[in-house]
Design a protein around this ligand. Structure first.
Ligand SMILES: [Fe+2]
Length: 316
C-alpha cells in the first residue's frame, strides 16, 4: 500500500514537472532556458538552441501603442501581432498550433498577421486558414501578405504567384478572417465615435504594393496602423499618414545584424531588423516571426507582440 502511495506521489511529481514545462509562463520559461543556454555557451556550445527542447521557447513582447486622437473606447485595446508562419512541409502544424493557443491565452481583442503565412503550395493555403481560424479575437483577425505568399522562392512576379495569393485570400475569407491587400479596415467598438484605421499593404517584392490605394481617403489626424510585411520600404512610405507600422519579414535577421551579415546583406535590408524603431517621429515595429523556431542566437526567439492602445498625449 505504501509503495502504491509512493508511486502515485512520484507520478504526480512528474505530471507537475511536465505541466510546469508546458505552462506558457513567459518570465519563468526565460529564466531556466537562459540558464541552460548560458551553461552550454560557457563550454562553447552556443548553437544549443537548435535542440528540440527550445521549440517551445517564445518571446512575448509587450508594448504600449500610443496613437493620436484615439477614442476613449479604444484605449486599453490589446492587439496581438504574429508574422511569418511559413506553413509548409518544413514548418509543421503542431509547431504552429502551440503559438495559436498561446496568442489566445493573451486574450487580444484584435490579431494582426503581417505576411508570409505560407511557403508551401496551394494545399497550405487552406491549412493555414483553418489554423488561423482558431484565433479568438472579438474584433477579428486581419491578415496581410508577404513575398512567400506569392512565391515559394520568395521573390517572383508571375501570374501563378498571383493565382496562389488569390487562392490564399479566398481560403482565409472562407474561414472568417479579414484580408487586407492595399485596403483599410476600421475597428470601432460600440460607443466609439472615431474608429481605428488598420491599413494592410500588399507584398512589395511581387509588385503588388499600392500604398496610394491603401491610404486613399485617410488623413494624418486619424489613428492609423499600417501593416506592411517588409520594413525595408518604411522610409519610402513616409508620405502616407500612418503613425505605427507593423512589419515582419526579417526573422530577426540574426545573421544580418553581425559583422559578417553586414557585408552579406544589401544596405537597404539592414536598417530595420527586429524590434522597435522611431523613424522621423513615427513608430515602426519589426516582429521576428514564428517559423523556423530553431534559431541560433539567444535574442532571436520566435515572437508574439502584444500591443496595448493608448492615447498619444504628446501628439495632442
Ligand atoms: Fe518570412
Amino acid at each position: 500500500m505504501n509503495s502504491l502511495t509512493e508511486l502515485r506521489a512520484k507520478q504526480e511529481m512528474v505530471e507537475e514537472l511536465v505541466q510546469y514545462l508546458r505552462t506558457p509562463h513567459w518570465g519563468r520559461q526565460k529564466l531556466w532556458r537562459h540558464a541552460i543556454w548560458r551553461s552550454f555557451a560557457r563550454v562553447g556550445l552556443t548553437g544549443i538552441h537548435s535542440l528540440p527542447v527550445h521549440r517551445r521557447w517564445i518571446d512575448i513582447h509587450r508594448r504600449k501603442m500610443p496613437l493620436p486622437n484615439l477614442d476613449p473606447h479604444l484605449v486599453g485595446m490589446k492587439i496581438a501581432q504574429i508574422s511569418d508562419l511559413h506553413y509548409s512541409p518544413v514548418v509543421w502544424r503542431k509547431y504552429l498550433e502551440q503559438f495559436i493557443d498561446w496568442v489566445n491565452e493573451l486574450e487580444p481583442q484584435l490579431v494582426v498577421v503581417t505576411g508570409d503565412l505560407i511557403t508551401g503550395g496551394y494545399r497550405y493555403a487552406d491549412r493555414v486558414a483553418s489554423l488561423l481560424a482558431h484565433l479568438k479575437a472579438p474584433f477579428g483577425v486581419i491578415c496581410t501578405f508577404g513575398n512567400h505568399d506569392y512565391s515559394v522562392y520568395g521573390k517572383a512576379f508571375t501570374k501563378e504567384g498571383k493565382r496562389r495569393a488569390d487562392h490564399l485570400e479566398r481560403s482565409l475569407i472562407h474561414h472568417g478572417l479579414i484580408v487586407l491587400r492595399n485596403s483599410v479596415h476600421y475597428v470601432c467598438p460600440p460607443g466609439a465615435h472615431a474608429p481605428l484605421a488598420v491599413v494592410g499593404l500588399d507584398d512589395e517584392w511581387s509588385g503588388s504594393l499600392d500604398a496610394q490605394k491603401g491610404f486613399n481617403g485617410l488623413h494624418a489626424d486619424q489613428p492609423i496602423i499600417c501593416l506592411n510585411h517588409n520594413p525595408a520600404n518604411c522610409n519610402e512610405l513616409m508620405e502616407f499618414p500612418w503613425q505605427w507600422m507593423l512589419s515582419g519579414h526579417t526573422h530577426g535577421r540574426q545573421i544580418g545584424a553581425g559583422p559578417v551579415g553586414r557585408r552579406l546583406y544589401p544596405h537597404r535590408f539592414r536598417h530595420f531588423t527586429h524590434g522597435y524603431y522611431a523613424v522621423n517621429g513615427r513608430h515602426l515595429y519589426v516582429n521576428r516571426g514564428l517559423s523556423y523556431g530553431q534559431r541560433v542566437l539567444e535574442w532571436c526567439r520566435p515572437e508574439v507582440t502584444l500591443f496595448t492602445l493608448d492615447e498619444d498625449k504628446d501628439a495632442a
